[in-house]
Design a protein around this ligand. Structure first.
Ligand code: ATP
Length: 365
């Protein structure tokens, strides 16, 4: 397996910049998810790593070797597409073994590697079945088998679960992660689905309009988002933003939200008066009758064990995730507390998070 290093990658199509200043390292055996909305440059990044697209600028290194201008087939990388093409007239065994046949590997070795791969994917019982009658999950496993059997340096996957229905997707997310735990193959996985990325990846690169907004562990990007975009893209419902005016001083600070003082994390430097936003995730808001911060219930969405309650706070509406056994009435006044250590601060114009004492040693907070 291999380390993938991407240095200052840029890709333009005419005047359009699809990928800008992209730099990251996928360590040997690591699973990286490229996550972001449609059109943000995920697939273009992946295709450059695969050798299917030439970068306009920058370098790609595999295990330290510069492969930027190497052809795709000389990179020893396996690419798994969403719309994979299985050979419909072949059975599972032949579909999985086909890349080895093309490489002129000896028959006995093909048999052994196909069977080993099938056992790994738990499809050894269907090896002699025709692929045309297989269900979506098994077809996906066969496609994966065809990639794994080659023992490539790394795997690149572009929304491989995109066509599966929700139930199968959950199963395949688990299986893909378990498979990764077994074979430790360096993997880059493109998805627009935050839940898939969080469930599977060791690291996530959150992309927006060609740029990587944040690169970190799932916990870092979720708990310490570097930008409002990241805070908004991850989490359902996303983080609440509560704007306030005025500066903040180094050390402990307090901001006023709807007439109540809220303690915010310690700052490392003075912040001149500027437009700031407080960021708080719905699950970090508590209902507390004694709290001075008061709001009025605007609506509620029942989700089983929890409910999402929309609360009007002055001009803002924020969403709290609370236990569903707390009965709420529209228009009811509720007291709210924010879990201080979970608060974020953002500069509204740039969208950048302001570093606070909480960022130190908080990578898994
Ligand atoms: P999606 O999930 O929709 O595929 P993505 O994040 O993978 O989104 P890319 O496919 O990388 O996005 O595309 C990034 C941008 O580059 C898009 O606006 C797309 O239209 C543009 N683009 C991609 N390939 C080409 C091309 N060959 N010529 C012109 N524009 C392109």
């Amino acid at each position: 397996m291999a380390e993938i290093r991407v240095e200052n990658l840029r890709k333009t199509f005419g005047d359009f910049v699809a990928v800008e200043n992209s730099a990251f390292v996928v360590e040997d055996g690591e699973f990286l998810a490229l996550l972001g909305p449609s059109g943000c440059g995920k697939t273009t990044t992946l295709r450059m790593i695969a050798g299917l697209e030439l970068p306009t600028e920058g370098r790609i290194l595999l295990d330290g070797e510069d492969v930027t201008f190497n052809r795709a087939r000389d990179r020893d990388i396996a690419f798994v597409f969403q719309l994979f093409a299985l050979y419909p007239h072949f059975n599972v065994r032949k579909n999985i073994g086909f890349p080895l046949l093309a490489q002129r590997v000896a028959k006995a070795e093909i048999k052994q590697r196909v069977e080993e791969t099938a056992r790994l994917l738990q499809i050894d019982h269907i090896l002699n079945k025709s692929v045309s009658g297989l269900a979506g999950g098994d077809r996906q496993r066969v496609a994966l088998g065809r990639a794994i059997v080659r023992r490539p340096k790394c795997f690149l996957m572009d929304e491989p679960l995109g066509t599966l229905d929700a139930e199968f997707r959950d199963v395949m997310v688990r299986e893909l992660r378990e498979l990764h735990n077994r074979i430790h193959a360096t993997t880059v996985y493109v998805t627009h689905d935050q839940l898939e990325a969080m469930a599977m990846a060791d690291k996530i690169a959150v992309m927006n309009q060609g740029l990587i907004e944040q690169f970190g562990t799932p916990s870092e990007v979720y708990n310490r988002p570097a930008t409002m975009f990241v805070a908004n893209f991850l989490g359902s419902p996303p983080m609440n933003f509560i704007p306030f005016e005025g500066g903040l001083e180094k050390g402990s600070g307090t901001v006023m939200v709807n007439g109540s003082a809220i303690d915010v994390p310690q700052l490392h430097e003075d912040l001149a008066p500027t437009s700031l936003s407080l960021g708080i995730r719905p699950e970090h808001i508590r209902f507390d009758d004694a709290a001075p911060l008061r709001g009025s219930v605007y609506g509620a969405e029942y989700l089983g064990t929890t409910q999402i309650v929309a609360v009007e706070l002055g001009d803002d509406i924020i969403k709290a995730r609370v236990a569903s056994d707390r009965l709420v009435r529209i228009g009811e006044t509720v007291g709210l507390t924010f879990e201080g250590p979970k608060l974020s601060l953002f500069e509204q114009g740039s969208g950048r998070a302001i570093r606070t004492a909480l960022h130190e040693g908080a990578s898994h907070g």
